[in-house]
Design a protein around this ligand. Structure first.
Ligand SMILES: Nc1ncnc2c1ncn2[C@@H]1O[C@H](COP(=O)(O)OP(=O)(O)O)[C@@H](O)[C@H]1O
Ligand SMILES: [Mg+2]
Length: 428
C-alpha cells in the first residue's frame, strides 16, 4: 500500500473523493487497512449539486475546525458518531463507514426548498417537533425526496446491516436529536438553527453512526433569528450573477465567525447537586444518586447534617451553598421522619428533592413525612435514587444545554436498546 502524508498523518490509499473532501485509508500496524479513515477537507465550495463550484482558500481549515467542534459537542452528549479526533488543520480521523446514501434533513422553521414543495405554507412556519425529511443522494437527479417506504424498499445493506423500518426509525430519531442538541447549543449564543442535514454510516461492527461532516454547509444559521444576518452557505447559493472575490471573502468571514462562536458553546458552566443525608448510615443510598449525577458529569457533593439534631449546622451549610453563585439542586436523604428536606425547602428558594431511603417494611409510615409537608413548601419527593438524580439533572438542564443534551441522548439510546432487544427476541 502506498504511503502519503496528509495533514501530518501517514495514510494509505484513497477510498473515495467527493466534491468537498477526500477519504483516505489509515493503515493498520500490519500494513493492511484499519477500521479508521482520515477525512481531508478541500479548499472548495460547491452548490446546486456541484453545478456551482469555486476554490476558496482557507475553506478546508475553517470547515475542518467547525466539524471537529460540532462533533465534539455530539460525542460529549453521548451520541454515537464516526468522528474520532482532529488530525492537523485540514483533516480528522473517523471510523470507517459504509455510508447510507440518504440526506437526513431536520427543520424547525419552514424556508427554502420546503416552501417550493409545499405552496401556501408561509416562511417561518414552525415545526414542533422538528420536521424530518429524507433525500436520496443522487446529484444527477438533484437528490430526490424519498419516503420511508422507498428507503426500506431499496433493500440497502451496509456492513451486514439491512436498512429496514427499525433502522430508518432510529436514524429519523437520531436526526431530530442531533438537531435539538445543536439548536440548544446555538441558542446559548443567541443564534437560531433553522434547519440542517446529516448523513449516517455503518461501521465494521454494524453500528449506525452519525457520520460525514457537519459544518457551515450543513445548516441554516440565523443570528438573533434574523434571516438577513444568515451566516451559512445559503449566502453563496443566493448569489445570482458572477461570484466575485469579495463575495468569497464575505463567505469565508462568515464561516470563520461560525467556527469562532463554536468555541463559546461549551463554557465551563458551573452548577451542582448537593446530597444532604441525615445520618452517615444513609451513605450507600446517597452514593447511588451520586453515581447517576456524576455519569451526567454534574459536579456532586455529599454532606451529613441532621435538621432535627443540628439545625444550626444545616442552616449554615445551606447559607454556604446559597452564596456559591451557581444553580444548585439539593437532594435530601433522611430515614424515619424526614425533617431535613422540608426544613431546607422552607428556608431556600433553590429546588429540594426528597429521596428518603425507604424500604418495603417502612415505606407506608416514613414516606408521609416527605409527602405531607407544611403549607408554603415546594419540595418534591422521588423514591428511586436514579429518579432523584434525573429530576435534579432536568432542573439544571433548563439552563445548561450540555446537561439537557445528555438527557436527550439517553432517551434516544433507551428507545434504541428497546428496539434492539425486541429485534433479538424476534430473531430467536
Ligand atoms: N466516516 C466515513 N467513512 C467512509 N466514507 C465517508 C465517511 N464520511 C464521509 N464519507 C464519504 O466521503 C465522500 C466524500 O465526501 P463529499 O466530498 O462530501 O462527497 P459528496 O460530493 O458525494 O457529498 C462521500 O462519499 C461520503 O459519503
Ligand atoms: Mg457531501
Amino acid at each position: 500500500m502506498s504511503r502519503k502524508d496528509i495533514s501530518g498523518h501517514a495514510v494509505g490509499s484513497l477510498v473515495i473523493e467527493g466534491k468537498t473532501k477526500r477519504v483516505w485509508d489509515i493503515p493498520s500496524g500490519d500494513g493492511g487497512s484499519s477500521s479508521f479513515v482520515l477525512i481531508e477537507s478541500k479548499d472548495r465550495i460547491t452548490a446546486g449539486d456541484g453545478a456551482k463550484a469555486h476554490d476558496l482558500t482557507g475553506k478546508a481549515k475553517v470547515s475542518n475546525a467547525t466539524n471537529a467542534k460540532v462533533f465534539q459537542i455530539l460525542n460529549s452528549a453521548g451520541l454515537k458518531t464516526a468522528f474520532v479526533k482532529p488530525a492537523g488543520d485540514n483533516a480528522f480521523i473517523a471510523q470507517k463507514c459504509q455510508m447510507v446514501p440518504i440526506e437526513w434533513v431536520s427543520r424547525r422553521l419552514a424556508t427554502g426548498s420546503f416552501l417550493k414543495r409545499h405552496p401556501g405554507v408561509p416562511e417561518g412556519y414552525r415545526f414542533n417537533p422538528p420536521l424530518q425529511e429524507t433525500f436520496f443522494k443522487d446529484d444527477a437527479n438533484h437528490d430526490p425526496q424519498w419516503s420511508e417506504q422507498q428507503i426500506v424498499s431499496a433493500g440497502f445493506c451496509f456492513n451486514g446491516v439491512t436498512i429496514g423500518k427499525g433502522e430508518v426509525d432510529y436514524m429519523r430519531r437520531a436526526t431530530i436529536c442531533v438537531f435539538e442538541v445543536l439548536e440548544r447549543a446555538w441558542r446559548s449564543r443567541n443564534c437560531a438553527l433553522i434547519d440542517m442535514k446529516i448523513e449516517f454510516g455503518v461501521n465494521n461492527m454494524g453500528q449506525i453512526l452519525v457520520a460525514d461532516v457537519i459544518d457551515s454547509d450543513s445548516w441554516r444559521l440565523w443570528p438573533s433569528g434574523d434571516k438577513r444576518l444568515m451566516k451559512d452557505k445559503q449566502v453563496y447559493r443566493n448569489i445570482t450573477g458572477e461570484v466575485t472575490q469579495s463575495h468569497l471573502d464575505e463567505i469565508k468571514r462568515n464561516f470563520e465567525w461560525v467556527a469562532e462562536q463554536l468555541d463559546h458553546l461549551t463554557p465551563p458552566y458551573r452548577c451542582m447537586v448537593v446530597i444532604l443525608m441525615g445520618s452517615p448510615s444513609d451513605e450507600d443510598h446517597c452514593r447511588k444518586i451520586m453515581e447517576c449525577t456524576r455519569a451526567l458529569e454534574i459536579p456532586t457533593q455529599m454532606r451529613v447534617t441532621s435538621a432535627h439534631k443540628g439545625t444550626g449546622d444545616t442552616m449554615s451549610i445551606l447559607a454556604d451553598y446559597e452564596g456559591a453563585e451557581m444553580p444548585i439542586v439539593f437532594i435530601a436523604v433522611a430515614g424515619r421522619s424526614n425533617g431535613l428536606g422540608p426544613v431546607l425547602s422552607g428556608n431556600t428558594c433553590f429546588p429540594v428533592i426528597n429521596c428518603p431511603p425507604v424500604k418495603a417494611d417502612n415505606v407506608d409510615r416514613d414516606i408521609w413525612s416527605s409527602l405531607n409537608v407544611p403549607s408554603g413548601l415546594g419540595c418534591t419527593t422521588v423514591i428511586h435514587p436514579e429518579g432523584a438524580a434525573l429530576a435534579a439533572a432536568q432542573i439544571l438542564g433548563l439552563h445548561n444545554h450540555l446537561i439537557w443534551s445528555k438527557l436527550r441522548v439517553r432517551q434516544l439510546q433507551a428507545v434504541a436498546s428497546l428496539k434492539a432487544a425486541d429485534k433479538k427476541l424476534r430473531e430467536q
